[in-house]
Design a protein around this ligand. Structure first.
Ligand code: CAO
Length: 529
């Protein structure tokens, strides 16, 4: 049976009550063993806590600023069993502060920096040899205690003149590991300021950076943890150009992602000489202008309000879906005059039971019957294959004080209209109270977004990936209809807006889907066929 698996902070030495400075995952994410989950920062080091196993994040139990120590439960994964995937938890990867040097220029001894209470830690790897030129923050040696692996970075640009340790040697804070020469003309990167890691460098407006080439010197001294550095490498982002929004200007994952979305970065392949397009872009990426930076206060009084957690999560999902899925929206309308009469009649009959049915449960039933007729709408794209689902779980967009949420009603085909009404009411209440559980928002095969209680005529709903279509409905209104241009009557008309993924669905199929859906709403008896 599926149950929650607690994910705890592993043994992180003598670090206690360490603040969480970044959370790398969100509920619903699938993570692999060793993927970074959170970043912790003590006054001595930054540590990324890796996942001890693969799984799907079910709940996140910490927020930025929370203090944790060994054994603190930071999140829960969904899982089939409680046995860990690996017998041994991966060790946190630690980015130690730059090592102290005994002299700023000339000949200098590089020592092991403050690494907390780690003592007599074996050297497990040497990254440099005599004669090597290194830049500030290049890793020099790697140390591994039984609790963590730590890279000792170069404190400044220098040339290695002597190695004082070998693999297997045990070192502690203050042990001399290298002797280097600094500040000489022979040091290739000597012009790089040996800034402390906590000082973010000013953005470098070099032509190389503008075309996506990474300025290694600026990258090396940028203030960011190991996972963020790794992400920046993967995305080809020059960290030196990213402005950090974390404490003391620390660059967090969101800064790198925002930098990419702003179009200022090019993928690593671009830096390696991929042919640019005629427009100056590299073809595969989106070559956009940076997001306008405006000092709004210059034009009048302003107030700054942080987005709610739900708004941030839904914004990221909506943005991805909008950018990745080629959306097309087909509009139509349904004659719901008779259905509305029936609904009003049923509500009278059910008055004593306390159930009050809105139009939405009927739409859910009509949607399932239409999806059965057009199975490619009840599907997901996986690579080059379409996964057709033989279950009909319908999501509905719910407007909550904290933002948009999409609870899912399972097996709508097997439920009655009053059952759907009741479940919808309960899920909408949970959503508004911020108490929806991840499994109450997952597994949907199609979504309906109803603005009918509010207004509007048509809109463009954004597909809820990995679904391939979404039905948007607005407020019904009385409209004059005629089938022959001579005889007219007033009909209650429901505006429909179906957005569909053009990779999977064609325009003709979408138009047929709408017509079928509208016909069912016009005469719900057809649902039985
Ligand atoms: N046309 C006319 N009236 C409609 C209607 C429609 N299409 N749909 C609902 N109504 C009426 C209802 O009958 C009800 O009227 P009474 O109070 O007189 O009975 C009133 O509007 C309010 O309905 P409701 O919104 O409470 O109920 P619902 O079942 O239609 O919807 C829910 C439930 C949770 C979907 C809805 O409250 C909600 O949150 N809607 C917003 C969804 C949203 O934000 N979508 C946008 C997503 S994209 O950003």
């Amino acid at each position: 049976m599926s149950q929650a698996i607690d994910i705890k902070v592993p043994d992180i030495g003598d670090f206690k009550d360490v603040p969480v400075i970044e959370v790398f995952v969100k509920v619903g994410d699938t993570v692999k063993a060793e993927d970074p989950l959170v970043s912790l920062e003590s006054d001595k080091a930054t540590m990324d806590v890796p996942s001890p196993r693969g799984g799907v994040v079910k709940a996140i139990l910490v927020k930025l600023g929370d203090k944790v120590g060994e054994g603190s439960v930071i999140m829960q994964f969904e899982g089939q069993d409680t046995a860990p995937a690996t017998t041994e938890s991966p060790k946190p990867s630690v980015s130690a502060p730059p090592s102290p040097v005994s002299a700023p220029a000339g000949r200098a001894e590089v020592r092991v920096p403050d690494i907390g209470d780690f003592k007599d830690v074996p050297v497990i790897e040497l990254f440099v040899k005599v004669g090597d030129t290194v830049k500030a923050e290049d890793p020099l040696v790697s140390l591994e205690s039984d609790k963590a692996t730590m890279d000792v970075p170069a404190p400044l640009a220098c040339v290695v003149s002597e190695l004082r340790v070998k693999v297997g040697d045990k070192v502690s804070e203050g042990s001399i590991i290298l002797v280097v020469s600094t500040g000489t003309g022979s040091v290739a990167a000597a012009a790089v300021p040996a800034a402390p890691a906590s000082t973010p460098p000013a953005p470098a407006a070099s032509p190389a950076a503008a075309t996506g080439a990474v300025d290694e010197a600026a990258f090396a001294i940028a203030y960011a943890g190991p996972a963020v550095r790794k992400l920046a490498r993967e995305l080809g982002v020059d960290l030196g150009r990213v402005k950090g929004s974390g404490e003391h200007g620390r660059i967090v994952r969101a800064d790198v992602e925002a930098f990419v979305k702003g179009g200022a970065a090019a993928p690593a392949s671009a830096a390696k000489g991929a042919a640019p397009t005629a427009a100056g872009g590299v073809g595969g990426g989106i070559d956009l202008l940076p997001w306008p930076k405006v000092d709004f206060a210059k034009f009048g009084p302003i107030e700054r309000k942080e987005l709610s957690r739900i708004k941030k999560i839904s914004a990221a999902n909506l943005h991805r879906n909008w950018v990745v899925i080629p959306h097309v929206t087909t509009h139509d309308e349904a004659d719901i005059t008779d259905l509305e009469q029936f609904r009003v009649q049923m509500n009278k009959e059910l008055e004593k039971s306390g159930v009050k049915i809105s139009m939405l449960p009927f739409m859910m039933k009509a949607a399932v019957a239409t999806l059965k007729q057009f199975p490619e709408f009840n599907a997901s794209l996986e690579g080059d294959a379409l996964v057709l689902k033989n279950y009909w779980h319908i999501g509905f967009a719910a407007d909550t004080p904290n933002g948009l949420m999409v609870p899912v009603i399972r097996d709508v085909d097997k439920k009655t209209i009053p059952e759907i009404t009741k479940e919808m009411g309960e899920l909408a209440k949970l959503a508004r109270d911020g108490k929806l559980k991840p499994d109450q928002m997952s597994g949907g095969t199609f979504t309906i977004s109803s603005l009918g209680g509010i207004g509007g005529i048509y809109f463009t709903p954004i597909i809820n990936a990995p679904e391939v279509a979404i039905m948007g409905v607005c407020k019904s209104y009385w409209k004059q209809h005629s089938s022959d241009g001579r005889n007219w009557s007033s009909r209650l008309t429901l505006p429909l807006s179906l957005s569909w993924d053009h990779r999977v669905i064609d325009g003709a199929a979408a138009a047929r889907f709408n017509v079928h859906f509208a016909n069912l709403l016009a005469d719900m008896r057809r649902v039985m066929f």
